[in-house]
Design a protein around this ligand. Structure first.
Ligand code: ACO
Length: 322
């Protein structure tokens, strides 16, 4: 039986930091409101001229180094992003060029904040079927570019960054199961309403920026993430106590706490980076994974549950032995 196994992780955050106090100067908000409602105290933001592929490249090179791999070893590149640098080619192709890797399959996946979970699930299928042996999977975003910096209901929530993993075929697990879902009926609750398919004019009048009915998204997110935890445990015949680490999407500390409670998991077994990173969309899960691997909390052989929820709505989970 072929499994896929994460052999290296990497992350990258732009140098520029925006604190809640910085945001107090831009919109009618307060450090206290942002901390109490979201748990966020700061976020990183790409500099002018720094693009999604730049963040992706840093994270990818760090993951390759951690895995002891060279770009030439990689036979599949998947980039999850909602903020591609170009309409085409894909960010994955731009990254492939940066890595000087020619010829292997490279494509983007768009599932907003669930993007990395979708991308890793797809890479897992490629590896299990023998179609790939060494995949580079990246979540990279410059969400700051699609935020209306005058809208306090959204601009305080998001940040930029990239996270990456190298996934390789192995006789030992590895990824144990992946669970992906979507329900487009909720498209209007969290959206950037404009898009090139509607013509460039559709991006005018605020339609090129994120809008969100935060309260409604919050309720669906909490319920949905609770359900996917149950689905994942049942599919693997596991008890809640079998999970060593929860690596959740980092949107809001209150959503993370609700999921941990559902798992009867103490918060010191949950990787939390939302305070320092904000919501980095598809980069949030791999960034959190990388932080906890590098600081030594997550160890080889431990059972990890990753979960995410995002625009679409999309949601998903990955259970793996690290
Ligand atoms: N500062 C101060 N006040 C604010 C701010 C702000 N930044 N933003 C909103 N408010 C005000 C509102 O105007 C409202 O005022 P009112 O009562 O006078 O009308 C009040 O605060 C309460 O607003 P709510 O929206 O009810 O606040 P809530 O407690 O729901 O928190 C939040 C808002 C943080 C957005 C929360 O709903 C949330 O986290 N939602 C889920 C986000 C999420 O998970 N997204 C999914 C992934 S993102 C992706 O896929 C791209």
């Amino acid at each position: 039986m072929i499994y896929s196994r994460i052999t290296g992780t990497g992350g990258y955050l732009p140098d520029k930091v925006l604190t809640n106090h910085d945001l107090e100067k831009l919109v009618d908000t307060s450090d206290q409101w942002i901390r109490e409602r979201t748990g966020i105290s700061k976020r990183h933001v790409a500099e002018e001229g720094q693009y999604t592929v730049d963040l992706a490249e840093h994270a990818a090179r760090r993951a390759l180094e951690a895995a002891g791999r060279d770009p030439q070893d990689v036979d599949l590149i998947i980039v999850a992003t909602t903020t591609p640098d170009r309409i085409f080619p894909s960010t994955a192709c731009l990254l492939q060029k940066r890595l000087d890797r020619h010829g292997c399959a490279a494509f983007d996946i768009q599932a907003v904040c669930t993007g990395f979970v979708y991308a890793l699930a797809v890479a897992d299928k490629f590896i299990r079927t023998g179609a790939a042996k060494c995949a580079l999977v990246v979540g990279a975003e410059t969400l700051s570019r699609v935020l209306d910096w005058k809208d306090r209901t959204t601009c305080v929530l998001f940040g930029d960054g990239a996270g990456a993993v190298i996934v390789e075929s192995s006789d030992e697990p590895g990824i144990l199961s992946t669970h992906l879902h979507a329900d487009g009926a909720y498209e209007s609750l969290l959206t950037v309403a404009g898009g090139v398919g509607q013509g460039y004019d559709s991006l005018a009048n605020g339609n090129g920026y994120v809008t969100m009915k935060g309260n409604e998204v919050f309720k669906v997110a909490v319920n949905t993430l609770g359900r996917i935890v149950d689905e994942t445990l049942e599919a693997n015949n596991l008890e809640k106590s079998d999970i060593d680490w929860l690596i959740p999407h980092q949107a809001n500390i209150r959503i993370i706490q609700a999921t941990a409670k559902k798992l009867r998991m103490s918060m010191d077994r949950v990787v939390v980076t939302v305070g320092e990173h904000g919501n980095t969309s598809s980069a949030s899960v791999p960034l959190a994974l990388d932080v906890a691997v590098r600081d030594g909390r997550i160890k080889r052989g431990e059972m990890l549950l990753m979960e995410a929820f995002g625009g679409g709505f999309t949601w998903g989970s990955i259970l793996l032995k690290f």
